[in-house]
Design a protein around this ligand. Structure first.
Ligand code: NAD
Length: 481
């Protein structure tokens, strides 16, 4: 097996297929956003059609064994994996920090812990689950969840570890084997996770992980008719490609896609809390699908809100993701930084007003926290996902206008509402078109609740039983007494 040495941590660079580490003749390079020109991290195996075929064959065999594990046996393996994730907290956090740029402390405190929790949650849910049974005349009816088969799990670069565990846990808990294809910009934490699955006790082929480029090995995996589920998180453009393969093979497919979340601030809101949270949308350099990137503020509180927003944004420290004092990490890749800047350049040309920021930071992959007041609601910066530290600012004159603006993009993932009126919270919350609406808070949620978006933000729902049902073939068994 080939390893890369990443800050003293040995990271496998191959594919995990059928319980074995396999290399490929071709590789791709991963570099650190912390020092793009100076920190080459690894040459990672670049899977091809043959890799995909081998991984699927292993997953078919692995499914035969794993799907026969009892629920208690499966839960024990998932809980062991959670223990191992916790025991390797530093290694996972540091590798993700270097590979993707994520803040080390935040990884350690929040996202590695959440990764372990994702496996524990699904271990609990399958143990607690009872098949639904009801009598009818002289018959009994029982609804059972049958494991569906090999699941292809495709994940994005922006929160690689946490998002991967969130998708892998329900697939495995359901009794499906998996082939995980992590994103090529941040492939390394997936390799550590794959290594831990061996120690956790999955049978060979139940857990497979292939590295490579989306349009190559990723496309080959989703086109393989032996895949029985495809679950994807990423961009709408890629979802369209994958959806065509899913349609061709009639395979159920979920897609968690982009967002353009509104953050509404009413005149009765706790303005300081709202402005503080608005500045927080720059967290992770804005590379967050759930972020409230469109600030919609009651025109009567425009100035006091902006004053507070600038105050909180001024406090943010852009720096090295390994330092505990850093608030804002560099962007994950120069291509993403340049893409963000191209939005801002077009906004300038479009007569949108750059209220603050609007430039890349010299000598690093940081981008200045940026606020733009658009010339109109049709401006590109309002309508398209930028996926960087760029927020737009618009005002509204009435609650109806606020809701109209909130619902005016093709996306519908998440929204935030800031108000002290419970009646308004109910009214506005019910009329916003989004999968998740937070009132006076952000990000906290119960993991058994449905997670997903409307419109361009996705197809289907993850979370709790929703994901377990997706990964199962539901069967109704009717027995005449
Ligand atoms: P992307 O669509 O470019 O890539 C995502 C994954 O798909 C990668 O692993 C990539 O290799 C793979 N891929 C690319 N082409 C493929 C193909 N033809 N067949 C199979 N796989 C293919 O997305 P990204 O740039 O990595 O991620 C950013 C996007 O993800 C943003 O739009 C963001 O909002 C979204 N996102 C959504 C959520 C959510 O939960 N809704 C969470 C995080 C990110």
């Amino acid at each position: 097996m080939t390893h890369a040495n990443v800050a003293g941590i040995a990271v496998p660079t191959g594919h995990l297929i059928g319980g074995e580490w396999i290399t490929s003749p071709q590789t791709f390079e991963t570099r650190s956003p912390l020092d793009w020109d100076g920190m080459h991290l690894a040459d990672v195996a670049r899977g091809d059609d043959e890799t995909a075929t081998a991984a699927m064959a292993a997953a078919v065999d692995g499914f035969d064994e794993w799907s026969q594990f009892s629920v208690a046996e499966r839960a024990a393996v998932l809980n062991r994996l959670a223990d191992l994730i916790e025991a390797n907290n530093h290694e996972i956090a540091m590798v993700e920090c270097l590979d993707m740029g994520f803040l080390y402390e935040s990884m350690k405190e929040r996202l590695v812990a959440r990764g372990a929790l994702n496996f524990r949650l699904y271990a609990d849910l399958i143990v607690q689950h009872a098949d639904r049974t009801w009598p009818a005349k002289n018959m009994s009816n029982t609804v059972q969840r049958m494991p569906a088969g090999p699941a292809v799990v495709i994940t994005p670069w922006n929160a690689p570890f946490m998002l991967s565990t969130w998708k892998l846990a329900p697939a495995l808990a359901s009794g499906n084997s998996v082939i995980h294809k992590p994103a090529e910009w941040s492939p390394l934490s997936a390799a550590l996770l794959a290594e831990l699955t061996i120690e956790a006790g999955f049978p060979a082929g139940a857990y497979n992980m292939v590295q490579g480029i989306g349009s190559e090995v990723g496309a080959a995996l989703v086109a393989d008719e032996r895949a029985r589920r495809i679950t994807f998180t990423g961009s709408p453009e890629t979802a369209r490609h994958i959806g065509k393969s899913a349609a061709e093979n009639l395979v159920p497919f979920t897609a968690e896609l982009g967002g353009k979340g509104p953050l509404l601030v009413f005149a009765d809101a706790d303005l300081d809390a709202a402005a503080h949270r608005a500045a927080w949308q720059f967290d992770d350099s804005g590379q967050v699908c759930l972020a409230g990137t469109r600030l919609l503020v009651d025109e009567s509180v425009r100035e006091p809100f902006l004053e507070r927003f600038h105050h909180h944004t001024d406090q943010l420290v852009l720096g090295d993701s390994r330092e505990a004092t850093t608030d804002i990490a560099p962007m994950a890749h120069p291509i993403q930084r340049d893409r963000v800047h191209s939005f801002v350049e077009r906004a300038r040309a479009n007569d949108d007003t750059i209220v603050r920021g609007g430039n890349p930071v010299e000598g690093s992959l940081h981008y200045e926290p940026t606020l733009i007041e658009p010339a109109s609601n049709n401006s590109e910066v309002v309508q398209r996902e930028i996926f960087g530290p760029v927020l737009t600012f618009q005002t509204f004159g009435s609650e109806a206008e606020a809701v109209e603006l909130a619902n005016s993009t093709a996306y519908g993932l998440a929204a935030q509402v800031w108000t002290t009126s419970h009646e308004r919270a109910e009214r506005v919350g019910q009329t916003i078109r989004a999968g998740l609406v937070w009132v006076n808070t952000f990000l906290v949620r119960d993991l058994t609740a449905p997670f997903g978006g409307c419109g361009l933000s996705g197809i289907g729902r993850e979370g709790g039983d929703y994901a377990l049902d997706f990964h199962s073939d539901l069967k109704t068994l009717m027995i005449l007494d």
